[in-house]
Design a binder for this molecule. Structure first.
Ligand SMILES: Nc1ncnc2c1ncn2[C@@H]1O[C@H](COP(=O)(O)OP(=O)(O)OP(=O)(O)O)[C@@H](O)[C@H]1O
Length: 507
């Protein structure tokens, strides 16, 4: 293969000097994070460079039209030349990937949607042959350059993964605020890393080794983030059976560690042998056994586990092996581990409740979910957007506008303008449902459970002498603000005027 690549350096060019800058810019888009602003900026630059968007309905449609024009030009040169030069062949190939991906985007979407409706993704994929023909049509000489070893089936599997990731992130993490956009981009990175080109060449099968830790206040979507990542892992495609090797819908195993006793956690995760304890009437497989290579075990509320369990989990993470209760044999765990907590683990470590070595093992890839208050502080208009989304889910599209108006009126009437939303999205959902049923909503008891851990964190930092005077004041005022309904009342309590309070809360 390498010899071919060498030879191709002697070949002719596929793009004229006028065509090449556009081809290069389009190629940069291929593996770019779709949720990052940089992508939109580049799309605009490309379109502006071509004299605006023209008659296309959207930026994407305009980009795809440019893309098709560019690869057609490349293909014509290839036809006449037979042997393209390495650099252009590589560039052309990237563009073909981009084009073919969008040709089959909707086919993949249908598979994903049907899988969620049926509760299973196990099915023969009917359009693989069409996909294969399309790839060969554009790449008559086969894969070239750095992709010489990339197989068509792998490309197909990567495309399916990209589409799953896009759909899951887009559907689960709603909102137009900068914080929501940042979260979506971060989740994409957890799935594909920040370098998607490298990911699809060498990392796709290895990401299971990287543990993802999700932290954030209660009700901010940590489980949604975990699902989005877990349901979007790379799954190889088998061209003989025309099926993917694992059913993505069934490859996510969540376990809530705070709801179970230590012995139940062990039994659920590790499984047990018959007779291992009273009540173990037969062998039982735990999640770690049933979770396949492309699956994910999600350890929710990891901050609540006892140290004895932490030790066992640490061993699992270090050796990727475990033994069911009552079994001496070591079993290998082949999937991915994700964990979430609303506790501040650094505080838990200082308090001696969480093992430091376990924390470092968990913390390879960290995603933080923002509180609703953080989102609204940055983008106050977002409240209506989120209420409208919840309304649509509760009463359907037709009635959602009326319920949104009603809810916004009641919220303005019954809650202070700077209400803390300590229960975050979960509270907002309950608020909209209360308004739907009773036409009113009562502010919830103030202060969130994580305010306590933030107070201990602040105390710790004071002890360590790490804060400047301004930071100290800002952190203290912000903490109190969580427990106080509005700036006026907090100002009275602190003997500061409203504007000074506000300044410290939003430095
Ligand atoms: N960013 C978000 N976008 C859309 N819905 C959200 C978001 N965050 C939370 N929700 C909704 O809020 C509810 C709680 O979400 P979820 O269970 O994922 O939160 P959590 O952070 O895991 O909470 P906890 O720490 O209490 O387990 C769900 O109904 C979810 O649909």
């Amino acid at each position: 293969m390498r010899a071919n690549v060498q030879n191709m350096n002697m070949g002719i060019r596929l793009f004229t000097p006028e065509e090449r800058p556009l081809a290069q810019s389009l190629a940069r888009l291929v593996w770019m994070n779709p949720f990052e602003d940089a992508r939109k900026v580049l799309e605009r630059e490309i379109l502006e460079g071509q004299g605006g968007r023209g008659a296309e309905k959207s930026d994407l449609a305009a980009i795809l039209a440019l893309l098709e024009r560019t690869i057609r030009a490349g293909r014509e040169h290839w036809d006449s030349a037979k042997v393209p030069n390495d650099r252009d062949a590589y560039l052309y190939q990237e563009l073909v990937f981009f084009h073919v991906f969008h040709q089959f985007r909707r086919d993949f979407d249908k598979v994903i949607e049907a899988a969620h409706t049926r509760g299973s993704a196990a099915q023969r994929i009917p359009f693989y042959d069409r996909f294969s023909m399309e790839v060969r049509h554009w790449l008559p000489g086969g894969f070239v350059g750095a992709y010489a070893t990339m197989e068509e089936t792998r490309l197909f599997a990567v495309f399916f993964q990209v589409r799953r990731a896009f759909q899951h992130i887009y559907q689960y993490i709603i909102g137009a605020s900068p914080a929501a956009t940042k979260l979506r981009a971060r989740i994409w990175q957890s799935i594909f890393t920040h370098n998607m080109d490298r990911y699809q060449r060498v990392l796709a099968d290895r990401m299971g080794d990287i543990i993802t830790l999700i932290t954030g206040p209660s009700g901010t979507g940590k489980e949604l983030v975990a699902r989005a990542i877990g349901l979007s892992r790379f799954i190889p495609f088998n061209p003989n059976s025309r099926e993917f090797e694992e059913d993505f819908v069934k490859a996510f195993y969540p376990i809530n560690l705070s709801a179970l006793s230590s012995s139940l956690i062990e039994s659920e995760l590790f499984g047990h042998r018959k007779g291992a304890f009273t009540g173990a009437l037969q062998d039982r497989k735990g999640y770690l056994s049933v979770c396949g290579q492309h699956g994910t075990v999600f350890l929710d509320e990891i901050g609540e586990t006892e140290t004895s369990i932490q030790v066992k989990l640490l061993r699992l993470l270090q050796t990727r092996t475990f033994s069911p209760i009552g079994d001496t044999e070591q079993h290998v765990f082949r999937g991915k581990i994700m964990a979430a907590t609303n506790r501040d683990l650094l505080v838990e470590i200082q308090a001696g409740r969480f093992r430091e070595d376990f924390f470092f093992r968990l913390n390879a890839d960290h995603v933080r979910t923002p509180s609703l208050r953080e989102i609204l502080r940055e983008s106050p208009d977002e409240l209506e957007n989120l209420v409208s989304h919840i309304a649509r889910k509760s009463v359907g599209a037709e009635e959602s506008a009326t319920l949104t108006d009603e809810a916004m009126t009641v919220i303005a009437r019954d809650l202070p303008s700077d209400y803390a939303w300590s229960g975050n999205f979960r509270e907002l959902e309950q608020c909209v449902r209360n308004i739907l049923v009773h036409g009113e909503y009562t502010a919830q008891p103030l202060g969130s459970p994580d305010a306590n851990s933030r107070a201990s964190e602040l105390a710790l930092e004071i002890q360590l002498g790490r804060l400047t005077a301004n930071e100290l004041l800002s952190r203290y005022v912000t903490l109190l603000y969580e427990k106080t309904p509005n700036f006026e009342e907090l100002g009275r309590r602190l003997e500061l005027d409203r504007r000074t309070v506000k300044k410290y809360v939003n430095p």
